[in-house]
Design a protein around this ligand. Structure first.
Ligand code: AVI
Length: 314
């Protein structure tokens, strides 16, 4: 099934639902990737810097916490440009540990770039990419006898609805053997004002990130969205730890999609949900680990305690 087909079906499903939504994975076309890079540089978006600080200052302690006595594998889900991981891999190489780095991604292109980029800085790294979707690759890893450290960083887990997050972690757990480890990066609950600003930056980059979804539908699904007729809105609920992001229709409008020869009505002030970005409490982290069959071995936080990389053992 082509990606284009999925996009069409997902948009149809999202726009036919009572609360319209667009799955957040569609943010990441080429333009969306570029805008996300800009988000990570924003003064308000502390997440990337906080996690980078953890790897820089506590990378040694993370490596100390690994119990592996023999050759092992580092399997990374959603590796991105691998810049944070590089700090950790560098530390492992410095200690002459025997391991293979296996980044996983749906796109061979992304993996090719990541590999070239990693080898430029870490020429002695053993790297073996895993191209394909998680559902196919993860189960195949269980039969590989090497102990493994799985990485799921960047608070990507926060973009899942709670039940989906649990199911996803459970799927990782099912592909792990007893003694394997999972390092999960999670954004922590903190002063709500800071979180609100991180998802509603002054320069409007996060707004562009959301509006790019409309551009993508115009281009790829032959839609005729007027970008000036929608506005970005995000809201943080500190009680649940949920940032919800939306596009707001500024007027009553009908948008036509040539890809499915269908039109959708958007009422004035109607919301399209685009993303959930969860912020976790310590209790929620413990519960998620427990319910998916892990125990929390150790936690690594930045100095301000904005972010945690939590090391779980199966
Ligand atoms: C990729 N993900 C963890 C980001 C987040 O913080 O939820 C995506 C993002 N959305 C708006 N800003 C950044």
């Amino acid at each position: 099934m082509s990606d284009q087909f999925n996009f069409k079906v997902d948009i149809e499903r999202g726009f036919e639902s009572p609360q319209k939504f667009i799955p957040s994975k569609y943010f990441y076309d080429a333009a969306g990737d570029r805008i996300f890079q800009q988000i990570m540089e924003l003064p308000e978006y502390y997440l990337t810097r906080s996690e980078a600080e953890i790897f820089e200052k506590k990378g040694g302690s993370i490596v100390d916490a690994l119990p592996f006595k023999e050759a092992f594998e580092v399997v990374e889900l959603g590796a991105g440009d691998g810049s944070k991981t590089k700090t950790l891999l560098q530390e492992m190489l410095r200690r002459e540990m025997d391991f293979v780095y296996r980044p996983m991604d749906i796109s061979r292109d992304v993996l090719g770039q990541l590999k070239a980029h990693m080898l430029e800085d870490l020429p002695t790294l053993s790297i073996d990419v895993l191209a394909g979707d998680y559902f196919h690759i993860l189960p195949s890893l269980k039969v590989d006898p090497h102990p493994k450290l799985f990485l799921f960083l960047g608070s990507n887990i926060g973009n899942f609805q709670p039940a989906e997050a649990e199911a996803f972690i459970q799927m990782i757990a099912n592909s792990m053997n007893s003694g394997d480890l999972l390092l999960v990066g999670m954004d922590l609950q903190k002063n709500p004002a800071l979180i609100e600003q991180a998802y509603n930056d002054k320069a409007g980059v996060t707004a562009d990130f959301n509006l790019n979804l409309l551009k993508r539908m115009n281009r790829e699904l032959g839609a005729n969205f007027n970008l000036d007729a929608f506005e970005f809105y995000s809201h943080y609920d500190p009680v649940r730890g949920f940032v919800n992001s939306y596009l707001v229709s500024l007027e009553k409008q009908i948008v036509y999609f040539s890809a499915m020869d269908k039109s959708f009505l958007f009422r004035k002030n109607e919301l399209i949900h685009t993303e959930l970005s969860r912020k976790f409490s310590g209790e929620q982290i413990d519960r998620l680990a427990f319910r998916t069959g892990f125990y929390v071995r150790k936690e690594f936080k930045d100095e301000k305690e904005y972010f945690v990389d939590s090391l779980w053992e199966k």
